[in-house]
Design a protein around this ligand. Structure first.
Ligand SMILES: Cc1cc2nc3c(=O)[nH]c(=O)nc-3n(C[C@H](O)[C@H](O)[C@H](O)COP(=O)(O)O)c2cc1C
Length: 134
């Protein structure tokens, strides 16, 4: 695992909605937007699965995820790569559900997707594009 530098956290916090990419076990890619993503700590993100379909199938068979963020103010962009743990019941699920239901009690709050950050890359155009930052 790696720690997200402050500039990465700040860029991700402002990204709305957040594009996340998953892939099937055969490598078929899939990108969706999520609004309900929050930073738990320097190494961990939480995503609420309310409506995932292909994304949920992909994460069941391939736990890799890529999260993208960009700020037009700071001109910074990062790819955050990680591995997920999917919690469909239990304490982590229940904590996610109370967060989600505090926003909208009608949301299904199906699963808590906990992302452990494993690598971060610079995704801004320019000479540092593609370079690993953490
Ligand atoms: C702006 C926006 C925000 C969204 N936020 C979430 C979210 O936080 N959680 C979720 O489960 N789906 C969210 N969705 C729905 C997913 O993007 C997507 O429709 C769903 O995962 C089904 O696609 P899939 O079959 O590729 O997984 C959002 C969609 C949009 C357009």
């Amino acid at each position: 695992m790696v720690k997200m530098p402050i500039e990465v956290r700040e860029t991700l916090e402002k990204q709305k909605p957040v594009p996340i990419a998953t892939a099937s076990k055969d490598g078929v890619p899939n990108v969706v937007f999520v609004g309900l993503l929050k930073i738990i700590d320097d190494e961990t993100l939480l995503i609420a699965d309310n409506f995932f379909y292909k994304t949920a199938h992909n994460l069941d068979e391939n736990p890799q995820i890529s999260v993208l963020c960009y700020s037009s103010e700071t001109k910074k962009s990062f790819q955050i790569k990680g591995r997920v743990e999917v919690h469909k019941s239990g304490a982590v699920h229940d904590e996610m559900a109370s967060w989600v239901h505090g926003i909208n009690p009608k949301l299904p709050a199906k699963a808590a997707i906990v992302v452990k950050v494993e690598a971060i890359y610079n995704a801004m155009w320019g000479p540092a594009a593609g370079k690993q930052v953490a």
